[in-house]
Design a protein around this ligand. Structure first.
Ligand code: ASP
Length: 341
């Protein structure tokens, strides 16, 4: 396609995922094979938009096999493209399994003016009612929209627009699998245009240009009857830990000495495993309550879900942040402060 800069230029970057999967001759099961160009060919409606489209096939992986280093490399490349003004918007297509995580990660690593929109599909292209073409069309529409400029990273799925720090995959098969339980959608795509109803309350700033240092951060969920022995073993092997606690941030009382000791050595973040809402700070005072754990040095994740909290902690550690910086970054990122985060 041509590059006439009187019209917005959007680059579509393919990473793989169901949107790019076809059944193999071997067993009929879907695997990623399609390029970014192939995806565009399935959306003739793009010709009617006022957008010049370029493509970049960056990876061909299921969402489950993407790595932090993949996303770091991608963010570097996209920052360079957008920084030089080579594109007005970016669409990343990828597997939905990890989309809520990669979109948040990208929001920590990319803050150019050109919007970066992440999308995918729940139904592969060969299935009836495949949703990839509609999602791609909506994503290009948002990436090219002047109203999305400066909003950083957005997720577009099923004609809805989401804040990457709030979006969750909350259904394993539905085409409306993506929701933002705490806030709802920021807007919709209708009649070929973005209709923005809200902007993110808190836009994370990029945290580190380079993720030079190695850092291993684990995620461990609270579960009824877990005696904490495995947790103790794991804590000795990591540089940081996220606990997905019960409710507003609770764990079994037997975990308290283990977590208190670890928090003197490494950052230990306390999130909620519930899927919506926030961790609290002072409502409950029993052993293993949020108040107890925070007083022993754990860091509250607030509204940040455990998966995103793990990425925030990882990026901070890999960028060389000290403990004070980690604490100071988690408070607004989890919107634990009163008012806007
Ligand atoms: N089910 C996934 C998807 O929707 C597979 C993946 O994440 O690659 O794309």
């Amino acid at each position: 396609m041509t590059n006439d800069r009187t019209r917005p230029t959007v680059v579509v970057v393919g990473l793989g995922g169901t949107i790019a999967m076809m059944p193999s001759d071997r067993d009929g099961a879907a695997r990623p094979t399609l390029s970014a160009e192939d995806l565009l060919a399935a959306v003739p409606q793009l010709d009617a938009t006022d957008v010049d489209i370029q493509t970049l096939s960056f990876a061909s992986k299921p969402g489950a096999s993407l790595t932090l280093d993949d996303i770091d490399r991608l963010a570097n490349q996209l920052r360079a493209m957008a920084g030089e003004g080579a594109v007005d918007g970016i669409v990343v297509t990828q597997g939905t399994d990890t989309l809520e995580e990669t979109a948040y990660l990208l929001s920590l690593l990319y803050a150019e003016q050109a919007p970066l929109v992440v999308t995918g599909a729940m139904r592969a292209p060969h299935l009836a009612g495949a949703d990839g073409p509609a999602n791609l069309l909506a994503a290009v529409t948002v990436a090219a929209s002047a109203h999305a400029r400066g909003l950083g990273v957005l997720v577009v799925f099923n004609d809805q627009v989401f804040d990457p720090s709030r979006v969750r995959k909350t259904h394993s098969t539905s085409t409306s699998a993506f929701t933002a339980p705490d806030t709802g959608a920021l807007g919709i795509v209708a009649e070929g245009a973005l209709r923005l109803l809200a902007v993110p309350a808190h836009t994370p700033r990029p945290l580190a240009a380079t993720l030079d240092r190695p850092a291993r951060v684990a995620l461990y969920p609270a579960a009824l009857g877990d005696d904490g022995a495995l947790l103790k073993t794991m804590l000795n092997q990591v540089d940081g830990m996220v606990i997905a606690g019960f409710g507003v941030g609770h764990v079994p009382e037997t975990w308290v000495p283990v977590l208190a000791k670890a928090a003197r050595r490494i950052p230990v973040v306390l999130a909620s495993r519930t899927g919506a809402g926030t961790t609290l700070t002072r409502a409950y005072g029993f052993d293993g309550s949020e108040k107890d754990l925070l007083s022993r040095g754990l860091i509250g994740a607030g509204h940040l879900d455990p998966y995103k909290a793990r990425h925030l902690l990882t990026v901070l550690l890999r960028g060389g942040a000290d403990n004070d910086t980690i604490r100071a970054t988690f408070a607004p990122a989890g919107t634990t402060a009163e008012g806007r985060g």
